[in-house]
Design a protein around this ligand. Structure first.
Ligand SMILES: Nc1nc2c(ncn2[C@@H]2O[C@H](COP(=O)(O)OP(=O)(O)OP(=O)(O)O)[C@@H](O)[C@H]2O)c(=O)[nH]1
Length: 446
């Protein structure tokens, strides 16, 4: 994500390396490069210029007051300014109202329907809500079907009315249905258009007036850069909405939309979409995004994702198995599933400080576990629980069955063996020592 921008900013900060302090000259050289990096990221000229002016004033002003190196100071100021530019604090979603009504709008193909599903799934699994999805696209039966498919995937009911050509009526009936059946959130997916036109605005405005939503969200595709920003602005000029949803951030290498939408449209980005799966949704935190842009990773989000997938009961069972030396390939497989649920690999690696930059030229496949899973699936249940029985003949069979080589099978067995030994160690003395050490660290000042 935003690799080019991160790289170029890093090079800009390098200009200050070796300088004892910030001067008018070295700050001007650095900021010229920062501005160029922002323009290349598809940030509009005025915003980039104002941004660097603010950074320069701060850098000159703070220069004398700090013990930071010029490079470090510049990174800190740019990080703070980027955070501000993207909205400062995270903007939460308003879940008041019984039921809460959320109106989704956006251009065709922006990812509106996919996002409606993701939001329903998020509210159901993370906020304990009972959402109802409503299909209000009266023009394309395929869009209604798509919402039904999405609803089926996440176990959320979808309300639609075959033959009804009045979106206002459908939305109103859906809310009645929600009230009568105990749904506490109603997410209304409306028809997309090719551009923000009269017809679209009239339709949305009518639905909006009739159902008085707590949240009206406008969905834009991050990959369309300044077009996304302009569309959001055109829409906002007609209907005062509450927040932007930025989808397809996983495919956005430049970052212009994420950086500028807030200052152009004056509406916060509330969520981002980072993949096609229903779990690929994140609350938008400007500070964390700024850190990622500056190659500092995003440990907080990484830990949060791990916590979301952490199942205490499962962990306890696993611990028992390790202690009894019963950890087998089936357990290994379920661990892989847990990691996969945390998101796509490239995204996860990007959250580790420094790793995104170090591995930027390494191709990280999303199905990085494909071979491992195929090998394990080719084992019999007995082999999975007692890998020691795997002789040459069995290994040949497994390699054939999984479409891999004997070397790959051997490699996995070796890794599994090392991992089992390490886990056993962690359970014993070494693990206790580590725990003690970590306990001690808690009291340490940062
Ligand atoms: N990579 C990626 N793809 C996404 C994301 N969100 C949606 N998509 C894909 O984008 C395409 C369009 O998404 P839809 O949800 O159908 O778009 P829509 O805005 O509802 O479009 P209409 O139904 O035509 O109005 C689909 O192939 C989605 O799988 C995302 O965050 N990342």
């Amino acid at each position: 994500m935003f690799d080019n921008l991160s790289d170029k900013l890093d090079k800009a900060f390098h200009i200050l390396k070796g300088h004892g302090k910030i001067t008018d000259v070295n700050v001007a050289d650095t900021l010229k490069e920062v501005r160029r990096a922002l323009l290349d990221a598809d940030v509009n000229f005025k915003i980039a210029k104002d941004f660097t002016t603010r950074v320069r004033d701060k850098a000159i002003g703070e220069n004398v007051l700090t013990t930071l190196q010029p490079g470090q100071l510049m990174v800190k100021i740019v990080k703070d300014e980027l955070t501000e530019l993207m909205g400062g604090d995270a903007a939460g979603i308003n879940l008041s109202g019984t039921p809460t009504v959320i109106l989704m709008s956006g251009l065709q193909g922006s990812g509106k329907t996919t996002f409606s599903g993701k939001l329903a799934n998020y509210l159901k699994t993370k906020k304990n809500k009972k959402p109802l999805l409503v299909a209000c696209d009266i023009y394309r039966p395929a869009a209604i079907n798509q919402l039904h498919v999405v609803g089926g995937q996440i176990g959320v009911e979808v309300y639609s009315e075959e033959g009804n050509r009045n979106p206002v009526e459908i939305a109103q009936n859906a809310i009645k249905h929600a009230k009568a059946n105990g749904f506490n959130v109603v997410i209304v997916d409306t028809a997309g258009r090719l551009a923000v036109d009269e017809e679209m605005m009239n339709e949305i405005a009518n639905v909006h007036k009739a159902i008085e939503p707590q949240e009206t969200l406008f969905v834009v595709d991050a990959m369309t850069g300044q077009d996304a920003v302009n569309t959001a602005k055109a829409f906002n000029d007609r209907l005062d909405f509450d927040g932007v949803i930025l989808t397809k951030l996983d495919g956005d290498t430049r970052g212009g939309a994420a950086i500028t939408i807030k200052s152009v449209v004056n509406k916060p980005i509330k969520f981002v979409g980072t993949g096609e799966k229903m779990e690929a949704i994140d609350v938008f935190y400007p500070a964390r995004m700024a850190e990622r842009i500056l190659g500092m990773g995003d440990v907080v989000s990484l830990v949060e994702r791990a916590q979301e997938q952490y199942d205490e009961e499962e962990a306890r069972k696993l611990q028992k198995k390790i202690a009894k030396n019963e950890f087998g390939f089936d357990d290994f497989l379920s661990q892989i599933q847990q990691v996969k649920k945390m998101g796509n690999m490239k995204d996860l690696v990007g959250m580790i400080p420094g790793a995104g930059k170090a591995l930027k030229d390494v191709e990280i496949e999303d199905d990085a576990f494909k071979h491992i899973e195929a090998i394990i699936h080719s084992m019999t249940p007995a082999e999975r629980s007692k890998p020691a029985v795997l002789d040459a003949k069995r290994k040949t069979r497994i390699a054939k069955g999984s479409g891999t080589s004997i070397q790959q099978v051997n490699q996995l067995l070796k890794q599994f063996d090392q991992m089992s030994k390490m886990m056993k160690m962690m359970q014993g003395g070494a693990g206790k020592n580590l725990m003690r050490m970590m306990g001690g660290m808690k009291g340490m000042k940062p």
